[in-house]
Design a binder for this molecule. Structure first.
Ligand code: CS2
Length: 479
């Protein structure tokens, strides 16, 4: 799976990790997941394994765009090693809760599982961009991938073709559940979006309407969309991680996941067909999730995006390196001060939360690549920078620290991107690139328009951002 690694260091003589090498009963499938990636495996699969009733809850997990991750995991009967990488060393645990790993393109299997009566929960990690939201927060039915799926759904099964977006596939699978009479279930959104249950509901209903109004009505009446705030820093696995697992565990694992020891999961909503006892593993269930969502999206993810753009402009590669640069650190602290003014819930413990983030980001043993975080900036900044900027301005202040994140993104989009196909990884890459041909102020106004309605027409915001562009590019002078 990881091309270029040396067979010798990966110890081909060792047995491959499977359910016979590490005996583990496969629990019945009651959870279906869309978005089989490293984060799903370090988070929801870990929580399910640590629920008191884990033997009743197996996960069938479907990939997004490519089948590779499913193929690698299937060869290991769904098993993989979770490496918890603390400052002081690694610990290793075999995760067994994924009992089937499937290609997302196998929509027939997805529909079969979602239509099964014992399936009670569908979890989603499909990326923020996959919800196809416009800058106004509603489903953008003109986005090319969404528009193509809407046409396909509207044309019906006669085309013999299946939707290509995760949400299009989910809509088709929910139609199968309606057909089977299996009744209600919960869809649990685990992507980094505010009100993510509501967003998932809007996107699913938006697509279902195009397909079949009766299906949309059935979804409204039967499917509960649960909002959650998820947290666990999970960088991409490297070849060195495969070697570390082989040496420490005495088996060969081609699909390990490396993560930090910290994890958090806050959920809000109903589970009409039941759920695992995730609270046994530390998950919390609340009535009002918004303060927790905002705390995480602004303080953690906001700082991540700021470090991703400013850090790369200043020559850094990882979060820990960027945070050690006083220029980046000062920008992060200033952004946190602005955001904290709008995080006023009683039990949010912002001081402790900020201190914990500094320790988590500073864990230099987790090589969290800034380039990975920088992807899909236009979608992420709408959630991470724009709400703080607007809240600050509504309070009569400038929002300069949030504006600085946006300015750093604008500077970043002008860089060359060697290796990644030489293009910006962003759902709006074409619009961003088109804007870069415009003269100074118009470029900034146009890019701002991609981030939020009205922002590009606000002369004060445009000129604030213009004055901040270029201010984070100078590397700090070494102490
Ligand atoms: C990161 C997140 O890539 C990104 O945009 O900010 O993946 C972050 O690492 C997770 O949300 C941590 O829980």
């Amino acid at each position: 799976m990881y091309a270029g690694s040396s067979k010798d260091t990966r110890r081909p003589e060792l047995p491959r990790l499977t359910r016979s090498v590490k005996p583990a009963e496969a629990a019945p499938i009651r959870i279906v997941h869309l978005g089989l990636g490293a984060f799903h495996r370090s988070h929801q699969a870990w929580y399910t394994q640590h629920a008191g009733d884990s033997s009743e809850w197996g996960i069938a997990s479907f990939t997004g765009r490519r089948p590779d991750a499913a193929a690698g995991l299937s060869e290991q009967d769904g098993l993989y090693t979770l490496v918890e990488r603390a400052d002081g060393g690694d610990s290793f645990e075999v995760i067994t809760s994924i009992v089937e790993a499937a290609d997302g393109g196998d929509v027939g299997r997805l529909a079969e599982l979602i239509a099964a009566r014992r399936t009670a929960v569908v979890t989603l990690t499909v990326t923020e961009a996959a919800y196809g939201l416009g800058s106004d927060g509603h489903l953008d039915s003109t986005a090319p991938a969404i528009a193509a799926d809407l046409r396909l759904l509207a044309a019906g099964s006669a085309t013999g073709r299946f939707p290509a977006t995760p949400l299009g596939r989910l809509v088709l699978a929910l139609a199968a559940r309606r057909g089977s009479g299996a009744g209600p279930l919960a869809v649990v959104c685990c992507d980094n979006l505010a009100h993510n249950g509501k967003v998932a509901r809007q996107a699913v209903l938006g697509m279902a309407e195009a397909f079949d109004a009766e299906l949309a009505a059935w979804i409204r009446a039967n499917i509960s969309f649960v909002s959650t705030s998820v947290d666990r820093i999970t960088p991409r696995t490297t070849d060195a991680d495969l070697v570390a697992v082989a040496s420490a565990c005495g088996y060969r694992d081609e699909s390990p996941v490396v993560t930090e020891p910290f994890r958090d999961w806050v959920l809000s909503g109903a589970f009409p067909a039941g759920r695992p006892r995730w609270e046994d593993a530390g998950a919390t269930f609340v009535d009002d999730i918004e303060p927790f969502e905002n705390r995480k999206l602004w303080l953690l993810n906001g700082a991540h995006s700021l470090l991703a753009y400013a850090g790369q402009l200043r020559g850094h590669t990882t979060v820990a390196q960027a945070l050690a640069d006083p220029g980046c650190r000062e920008a992060v602290e200033a952004f946190w001060d602005e955001a904290a003014a709008h995080l006023t819930g009683a039990d949010l413990r912002i001081g402790d939360y900020r201190a914990a983030l500094l320790a988590r980001f500073g864990n230099a043993r987790i090589a969290h690549n800034l380039a990975q975080i920088a992807m899909d900036g236009s979608t992420k900044l709408r959630l991470r920078a724009v709400p703080v900027l607007r809240a600050e301005r509504a309070a009569g202040r400038t929002g300069a620290a949030a504006a600085r994140m946006i300015a750093a993104w604008m500077d970043y989009t002008r860089l060359d991107f060697p290796g990644a196909g030489d293009k910006l990884a962003d759902p709006l890459a074409a619009d961003v690139q088109a804007a870069s041909t415009l003269p100074g102020t118009r470029r900034i106004a146009t890019l701002l328009g991609l981030l939020g309605p009205g922002l590009g027409e606000d002369a004060a915001v445009v000129s604030l951002i213009e004055s901040l562009c270029g201010t984070l590019t100078e590397p700090a002078v070494p102490a």
